[in-house]
Write a protein that binds this ligand. Sequence first.
Ligand code: ATR
Length: 275
Amino acid sequence: MNSPEPDRYAVVGHPIRHSRSPLIHGMFAGQAGDRLTYDLIDAAPDEFESVVREFFESGGKGLNVTVPHKRAAYRLSEHIGQEAALAQAVNTLSIEHDSIRGDNTDGIGFMRDLTVNLKQSVAGRRVLILGAGGAARGIVGPLLGGEPSELWLANRTVERAYDLRKEFLGLGEIIVSSFEDLGKLPPFSIVINATSAGLKGEQPAFPGTLLTPGSFCYDLAYGADDTPFVAWARAHGAGQAEQGWGMLVEQAAESYLIWRGHRPDTSAVLATLVN
Ligand code: ATR
């Protein structure tokens, strides 16, 4: 008797070579004894849509979408989850009623890492997000939902921060600052790096007055060593500085839940990745 083909999943990005998603989803599948494959697909922006359509037409079950395609994935999705609609970005594609559904699990993955794994609460705390691009857009809604006392947004190009603020007005108040004015502000309780500066090995010269020993810093980016932001935070006296490995694993678990109907155990997978 022939056993059925394993279900097919993949992550699409450009570049994609260094993605840890196959490793993470492979471990999730191993926990549950799920038979599936999870591949890397490198697609340039002008190929993205045809690659996605071909994947699903040939029976693929689900795709993760990463830089630079999250907006394009949002545009091609026929059904959109609530978080994806807010972020106007999609990182998880699946098939629902024969058409493509787009979800965004970045925000929920971030909040789970922050509040469950790292045991931080957002309620009543002054929070600063550095950066106003795609990564910031994915976390603003969930952070506002956590009811911080103040949510600040600072960006090198300050107009982009104002644009983002306008989009989220219905959900809560965001206070915008330029990078230049950050030195005039009292320290923050939580500081989140959502810029892509570190990916280029850069770290903007943020004032150390943003931090006290009570400050918790989180970098949405991650790497084998301290990211430039984590190194900056430690050097300027933050009580705790973490990089985004936990968010990576938690957003993957939420995608897995959408695709397979059960949420994997993330703690063992996270421990394997960071050790
Ligand atoms: P992503 O999806 O990673 O957020 P993006 O939408 O291109 O990518 O946004 C990149 C973010 O990192 C932006 O906030 C960008 O600032 P600008 O809007 O001023 O471009 C920020 N960024 C990138 N390189 C930076 C640097 N060297 N210093 C400060 N901010 C930087």
